[in-house]
Design a protein around this ligand. Structure first.
Ligand code: COA
Length: 177
């Protein structure tokens, strides 16, 4: 599979709305994105601004996913990743996280670490974090709001620039008390 990453442009707004509203996102706080919400997110410049950049994930010339990089003026950028349902489970997620890690560390010299969070029961995303050299750093209880008003646990993973350079994973010092 040939996978490339194409930066979103203003001309992509209608495709972006179609992408966000055309799928169910079971592990996002808003699992059904409606048109109004998608337009509001675009108006708020969540996908392209000083702080945010987004890329289509293109596999064999088909748009299969969306990568949104956030907090780009911080020394710890973060990201959101969405693969269309029919393309999940084929290694695109791991490919995308490997790509974004290199992109962020090369493009932003101030970035010292990259963080990602997900819901505690999102097994595929947690597998992707580990495969790509991220370490689990946090488990937040009752931290992830769901659309039906419940709160589920969230987990946080990160990769350090120095680990990325060395190809290592520094263990977390859990016994600090
Ligand atoms: C999470 C997501 C980005 C992962 O990308 P992907 O392309 O589907 O994942 P990959 O194919 O790279 O594989 C991920 C790993 O999860 C495993 N996996 C897949 N489905 C699984 C499941 N239901 N339970 C446990 N593990 C699962 C795969 O076997 C693979 O692990 P392995 O290589 O060790 O066998 C993608 O599934 C997605 O977009 N999901 C919906 C949106 C989402 O949850 N985004 C993350 C929000 S923070």
């Amino acid at each position: 599979m040939d996978i490339t990453f194409r930066r979103l442009r203003v001309a992509d707004d209608e495709s972006l709305i179609g992408f966000l509203t055309g799928e169910i996102w079971p592990f996002h706080s808003i699992s059904h994105v409606d048109h109004e919400t998608a337009r509001q997110w675009i108006a708020e410049r969540r996908f392209d601004s000083e702080e945010n950049r987004s890329f289509w994930i293109v596999a064999d010339e088909e748009i299969t996913g969306l990568l949104r990089l956030t907090d780009l003026e911080d020394d710890t950028p973060m990201f959101d990743l969405r693969i269309r349902a029919e393309h999940r489970g084929h290694g695109i997620g791991a490919h995308a996280v490997t790509w974004l890690t290199r992109y962020l560390f090369e493009e932003f010299p101030e970035a010292r670490r990259i963080e990602g969070t997900t819901r505690y029961d999102n097994q595929p995303m947690q597998r992707v974090f580990l495969q790509c050299g991220f370490a689990k750093e946090a488990h937040y209880r009752d931290a992830w709001p769901t659309q039906d008003g419940a709160y589920l646990d969230a987990v946080g993973y990160a990769i350090l620039r120095r680990d990325w350079q060395a190809g290592s994973v520094t263990p977390v010092r859990w016994n600090s008390e």
